[in-house]
Design a binder for this molecule. Structure first.
Ligand code: GLP
Length: 266
């Protein structure tokens, strides 16, 4: 795991967008795993800008989102399908047939989860998986006690997650109780993981996920076992980490990050 600290949320999101853009330019057929949530909005804004102003090409790219609420149709403004259309798909040259999310309206949940896993497999697996982190420490909707080898399945949401999503639904009582989510095991098979977290309210859970023990109570901690995981934080989200000086030194000195240091991300 490598940790990159950026001064502000905007800097952190911009860096993440540029990592995605780099990978997409290097491989136009990139299979990209996508995430939702407020944190990602700035990432998608920058990707849209890169498409409009610098010709970033999504025409051959295929995407798989982490999760979707159970019971929400794709045209419901609170669905993740709608979120993706609003923040990214409608503004770039991606072929809608290449964009995939679990179907929240599926009646046979198990069949839908199997279908989603098979689609990812058929695409050759995920090259780059973008991740946020929930206040409960989840990646996707892998709530506490999710098996660290779990596959795509339906998960019941914890009270903390329901509370976190309440504003979007106009009250906790309207938040769906379940979601279909890629499993921790599914996420761990991505060739590269890129987790973005910003803001002071994520500081405690980030410290547990990055520097704490690997535990299914904080499913993001499983990423410590991933061979290529980059965690990008703003100063506020990284505030409780104990090895900040070491992380800063790595970013300032590792050749991998030289392009970024010399292109406005110093
Ligand atoms: C939801 C999503 C997660 C996301 C999290 C954080 O729970 N299923 O994938 O990481 O929200 O959201 P935010 O960025 O709004 O804090």
């Amino acid at each position: 795991m490598e940790v990159i600290l950026r001064p502000t949320a905007e800097d952190a999101a911009r860096l993440v967008a540029h990592v995605i853009a780099h990978e997409l330019r290097a491989n136009p057929h990139l299979v990209l795993g996508l995430a939702t949530g407020r944190t990602m909005e700035q990432v998608y804004r920058e990707l849209v800008r890169l498409h409009r102003e610098e010709g970033l090409d999504f025409s051959l790219c295929r995407t798989f989102n982490l999760d979707e609420f159970v019971g929400l149709p794709p045209d419901d403004p609170r669905s993740y399908r709608h979120y993706m259309r609003r923040h990214l798909f409608a503004h770039v040259n991606i072929d809608p047939r290449n964009t995939h999310l679990p179907d929240g309206m599926a009646t046979d949940w198990e069949a839908e989860c199997r279908r989603y896993e098979a689609l990812i497999r058929r695409a050759g697996g995920i090259d780059l998986q973008l991740l946020g982190i929930g206040r409960a420490g989840h990646i996707g909707f892998n709530e506490p006690l999710s098996a660290l080898q779990s596959r795509t399945r339906v998960k019941a949401l914890t009270p903390v997650t329901i509370e976190q999503n309440a504003p979007l639904f106009g009250g906790a009582e309207h938040v769906p109780r379940r979601a279909i989510t890629m499993g921790v095991g599914t996420i761990m098979e991505a060739r590269r993981c890129l987790l973005l977290a910003t803001g002071a309210e994520k500081a405690e859970i980030i410290a547990r996920a990055v520097e704490g023990p690997i535990t299914s109570m904080v499913t993001a901690s499983a990423l410590q076992l991933h061979p290529r995981c980059t965690v990008v934080l703003d100063e506020a989200a990284g505030a409780l980490l104990s090895q900040k000086d070491y992380y800063r030194w790595l970013y300032e000195n590792e050749p991998e990050w030289e392009w970024y240091r010399t292109h406005g991300f110093a």
